[in-house]
Design a protein around this ligand. Structure first.
Ligand code: F6P
Length: 511
């Protein structure tokens, strides 16, 4: 019997309509402020009884202890025997974060200063007007998402492109739209061993050398990595390398040197604001009591949905076109972190862990999949995200957008009964959270990311899994490495199971 089993004995809260009727203060009491974020979880399927039980569970699961262990630089990533230090990446230089008896904050700031110098030089004058970030997973999704999200803050002359997929179509399209003389490639890879990134980087290097000669590489390629040796081996001068550390997980690295392309786009000052936004939420998470702690509350609601109510997925629905890539970013953050079935002791867990995260920006999703969210047989908790003031300044558009957000949140929670026409009946009682801020600034984006990072951390603690490894991606990589030569070399007809052998044989015959 794990503490999570207690959840199934808890009474299910009443319909949201009744909860609001019974408690006229609910719309105030179930709102939490963290930094610039107003987080309204009043339409969550909880009442005070559930909430007490959830916070009790968080305490018993050691949420505060494990949070403090992270901030203390302990090696909480036990399967990789590493500290988990992304919170150090956004600490002011007056703070300290000690890993193995060594304060890493000065090194963090030394790299930030070097990045800022470089970004300033690129921004100040030509020739570079196009930055191509080549990376995948955490070395792509963070900067790519933030580059879109902070569109109004970008440099007017310099654009960024992001190449991640090993599908040659990805790099082909970007190179076709690039001028070698004015393009800078940022090869971003924590390990510098990721086949997709190295393949794309080799293609880009060959393209550049073909146009401008070998000597041009030094001015058109920089690397971001923890692995100096491999960077040098690849043929990028390590003087043009920006480092980070093994205690930064890939999906937690947008605020490290991995954010270089973003920093070039928005400038070092805005990047500092971005980091300060993260830090605001880190401090909130570190210090707020559990009942007022936004990441803890949202995490425990997610635990309740997953383990108490049996909801398998969660939709993230930004009412901001600039946040279009935010759901994809959260997919890696959440699903690579908590998509685990073995606990910290290596035992199979007896409960569900990370939910399936998905979503699209509003209002597009409304005209695609919201039908299922409103009237389908499955309950899908939703996070709505919106801002009061749009950077584009077109008030008519923005009012319409936000009216839709509020309408969806209301319709899902309260529904509308129509007994005469069942197909027009809206049951309601579909839980959702509304996260609002005044504007989508670099700081607010940092706050949003940090909020979700800590939600993942708390949930990982309660589920007893290591949110900071990703062994589940290894088998596929290993098999792909084995299969690659089999597609082109001597046939090896019996190397795999019968179905895979047949797929390979078909491909060899048709390639
Ligand atoms: O395959 C998963 C993964 O290891 C992610 O965790 C990581 O963000 C991505 O690959 C890219 O890794 P790297 O930055 O080392 O190229």
């Amino acid at each position: 019997m794990t503490p999570l089993d207690d959840l199934s004995d808890l009474p299910r809260p009443a319909h949201l309509r009744d909860l609001f009727e019974q408690d006229p203060t609910r719309a105030q009491r179930y709102v939490t402020h963290a930094g610039d974020l107003r987080i309204d979880w009043s339409k969550a399927s909880v009442d005070d009884v559930t909430l007490d039980a959830l916070l009790g569970l968080a305490e018993r699961a050691g949420v505060e202890r494990r949070r403090d262990a992270m901030f203390a630089g302990e090696r909480i990533n036990v399967t990789e025997d590493r500290a988990v230090g992304h919170v150090a990446l956004r600490m002011p230089h007056t703070s300290s974060f000690v890993v193995d008896g060594h304060d890493v904050v000065p090194e963090v700031h030394a790299v930030l200063d070097a990045l800022a110098d470089f970004a300033r030089r690129v921004r100040a004058s030509g020739p570079i007007d196009h930055v191509v970030n080549i990376g995948i997973g955490g070395s792509d999704l963070g900067p790519a998402m933030a580059y879109e999200a902070l569109r109004p803050f970008r440099h007017e002359r310099i654009r960024c492109s992001f190449v991640s997929n090993v599908d040659g179509a990805d790099i082909e399209a970007v190179l076709a739209d690039s001028d070698p003389a004015t393009t800078l490639f940022v090869v971003a890879s924590k390990t510098f061993g990721t086949i997709e990134t190295l393949t794309n980087a080799r293609t880009a290097r060959a393209w550049l050398v073909d146009a401008l000669g070998e000597d041009a590489v030094v001015d058109h390629f920089v690397a971001v990595s923890t692995n100096e040796e491999r960077v040098a081996e690849f043929g990028i001068d390590t003087a043009n390398m920006f480092g980070f550390w093994d205690w930064v997980g890939g999906r937690y690295s947008v605020d490290s040197a991995i954010g270089l392309s973003l920093m070039i786009a928005i400038g070092p000052e805005a990047f500092s604001e971005f980091l300060a936004g993260f830090h605001t939420i880190d401090e909130h998470f570190r210090t707020a009591p559990l009942r007022d702690n936004a990441p803890v509350l949202l995490a425990m609601l997610g635990v309740w949905y997953a383990n108490g109510l049996g909801y398998d997925t969660k939709a993230v629905l930004p009412y901001s076109n600039d946040l279009a890539r935010f759901p994809a970013y959260l997919q890696q953050l959440d699903m690579e972190s908590n998509g685990k079935s073995v606990d910290l002791d290596g035992e199979r867990v007896g409960h569900h862990t990370g939910p399936i995260i998905w979503g699209e920006p509003g209002t597009n999703g409304q005209h695609a999949f919201y039908q299922l969210i409103h009237q389908g047989t499955r309950i899908i908790p939703c996070d709505f995200i919106g801002v009061a003031r749009a950077e584009h300044g077109d008030q008519e558009h923005h009012d319409l957008l936000m009216a839709n957000l509020f309408a969806q949140s209301e319709a899902l929670a309260f529904g509308r009964s129509n007994e005469a026409e069942p197909h027009r009946n809206f049951e309601g009682n579909r839980p959702n959270t509304v996260i609002l801020a005044e504007r989508l600034t670099p700081s607010v984006l940092g706050q949003l990311i940090a909020l979700y990072e800590h939600v993942v951390h708390v949930q990982g603690t309660v589920w007893g899994v290591n949110s900071y490894d990703q062994w589940g991606v290894e088998l596929g990589k290993e098999l792909a490495n084995q299969i690659t030569p089999e597609l082109v070399g001597e046939p090896t007809p019996d190397a795999h199971d019968a179905a895979t052998n047949a797929l390979i044989a078909w491909y060899r015959a048709h390639r």
